[in-house]
Ligand binder design. Structure first.
Ligand code: NAP
Length: 501
């Protein structure tokens, strides 16, 4: 782990080494979580307390137990109030029902408190042997935490077709990119790599890439490059030591950071921080691991390292340093490791591993010199709002549900819109043009996009035109939603279908 994520931004927050006084205890909301959460939380708290952390722990509820009590969001009001007041949270993993049920409480907390930056340092740990040991892996993944498919804005379009909206904004891209460059600068790192899928999603992922390219020249001391996400996954395995800071969108960051954790010892050792302007929340990268919950098998290292990031954030860097020394000594000794890391010696329980780290604290006395605070302050990003000089609505996509052959749909639609200002340009199915047919598509689903453009070249569609068009379309088929075809300052604000001219 780097000594600090960000060097001191707030000299007043520097604290002499050693224990704080009762009065100087920092309030931290503690969410013990689900599954293995309570086990790794208890271990982490014991070690922090034994190391002399001056923390006023404020345990609160969230997650499965709250859903069971009928709290629809999984987070009670009292917990939200505590988080808003304290501004610092240590959170164990929370379970999210997979494929059904309530929203993720993790995502709810990140979104409600606008913690837009998710920082995941990935570094080789002493004594943790992996096929990549000795390669010098030391990267920081900076993951956008609020936008993208992760927002989970989903609608069934027909009984057979589901949709998830991928929203990315200029503001969202700018602030995560700014955070990545600021962190790179503060930690003396050399390179920031922007990871996207801009070759396919040219508007959403492409926005991230374009904003990155526009911002990079403001940081002349830092090399800036771009990787397509699939190649990044490949590079992570082939040449992980070449990667330094990675900045990426929410879902890709989620996946890549689990991959990265696997390079340095697995999910049991990967910490993270969620940061925003008002709240910072520290957690393990891993989830609630229900398969090993309650068995004393969980490795608390990930949450403990997250607690060390938190201690630096609240100005208790000396304590963080002491805990890390004791932890690294325990990992290097290798005699008391949990099952995920144990090699030469039989594995021990979560509790026995915790005892070993606490015992090692004796060999890691508190530092005498002051240790710099590393407050995870998010950089101020001026609100970027692009106001185009010219906006043209050149047509509209109308998504409809239909089960008949596409030719029949096209004929019916063309007939019904005869006296509107629109012409039917094409119909696509899941992104590929089906009518007029370029090739005969197979296995169509009951969700079609009818693309209408203005008959008269250069004419613009008004809201009135579109409403009248929808009325006509609804006479022959059931429409689901629409998307305006907009052009901003002459640039198309929509993608073409595969096969569309
Ligand atoms: P997971 O909980 O991360 O666990 C995956 C596997 O990783 C476990 O089965 C276990 O492998 C290993 N593992 C994870 N943490 C470990 C630890 N501390 N010590 C030792 N081994 C550990 O992923 P999942 O099973 O896909 O997700 C379970 C639940 O967690 C889901 O409800 C998911 O939504 C939630 N989740 C929450 C968060 C969060 O709170 N931020 C993050 C991710 C997932 P072995 O089987 O090899 O022991």
């Amino acid at each position: 782990m780097p000594d600090s994520i960000i060097p001191p931004t707030d000299p007043a927050a520097q604290r002499p080494a050693g224990m704080g006084t009762q009065a100087a205890r920092t309030p931290v909301v503690l969410l013990p979580g689900d599954g293995i959460g309570p086990e790794v939380t208890a271990a982490t708290r014991r070690i922090c307390d034994a190391a002399g952390a001056a923390i006023d722990w404020r345990a609160a509820e969230a997650g499965a137990a709250c859903f069971a009590k009928g709290i629809a969001t999984g987070v009670p009001r009292a917990t939200l109030d505590l988080v808003a007041e304290a501004g610092v949270v240590l959170k164990a993993p929370l379970e999210t029902a997979v494929g059904y049920g309530g929203k993720s409480v993790n995502v709810t907390l990140r979104n409600l408190f606008e913690m837009y930056g998710n920082l995941r340092p990935v570094k080789e740990l002493p004594g943790v042997k992996t096929p990549f040991s000795g390669r010098g892996i030391d990267m920081l993944i900076v993951r956008e935490n609020i936008e993208d498919l992760y927002a989970g804005i989903e609608h069934m379009q027909t009984p057979n077709v589901a949709q998830s909206l991928k929203l990315m904004s200029v503001q969202g891209c700018d602030r995560i990119l700014r955070l990545a460059f600021t962190l790179a600068q503060a930690e003396g790192r050399k390179r920031v790599t922007c990871v996207t899928k801009a070759n396919i999603m040219k508007l959403t992922e492409g926005m991230m890439k374009r904003r990155f390219e526009a911002m990079a020249p403001q940081y002349p001391g830092i090399a800036a490059d771009h990787l397509i996400v699939d190649n990044c996954a490949h590079q992570m395995v082939i040449r992980p030591e070449r990667l330094d800071v990675i900045v990426t969108s929410n879902l890709f960051g989620d996946i890549l950071s689990d991959l990265a954790a696997g390079l340095v010892g697995g999910l049991g050792v990967a910490p993270s921080a969620n940061v925003g302007a008002r709240v910072a929340m520290f957690e393990a990268v891993h989830g609630s691991a229900p398969d090993i919950a309650g068995k004393g098998l969980a490795n608390p290292t990930a949450l403990l390292l997250a607690a060390c990031m938190m201690l630096r954030h609240i100005g208790q860097g000396a304590i963080a340093q002491r805990i890390e020394k004791a932890l690294f000594r325990t990992l290097e000794a290798g005699t008391a490791l949990t099952a995920d890391l144990a090699r030469a010696h039989p594995p021990v329980s979560t509790g026995a591993f915790t005892d070993a780290v606490i015992a090692a604290l004796e060999l890691a006395p508190p530092a005498q010199a002051p240790v710099a605070a590393a407050k995870l302050a998010t950089p101020a990003v001026p609100a970027a709002t692009i106001v185009p000089e010219k906006r043209e609505v050149i047509g509209v996509d109308v998504f409809v549900e239909s089960r008949g052959p596409v030719r029949q749909l096209a004929e019916a639609v063309e007939q019904t819109i005869g006296d509107t200002p629109f012409v039917l340009k094409m119909i696509s199915n899941r992104g590929a043009q089906a009518w007029p047919a370029t090739v005969e598509l197979e296995d169509m689903v009951d969700h079609w996009r009818c693309r209408f453009v203005m008959k008269k070249p250069g004419a613009w569609a008004t809201e009135g035109h579109i409403l009248a068009l929808l009325q006509r379309v609804s006479l022959v088929t059931s429409w689901i939603h629409i998307e305006k075809l907009q052009r901003f300052d002459g640039e198309d604000g929509f993608s073409k279908a595969q096969g569309e001219a």
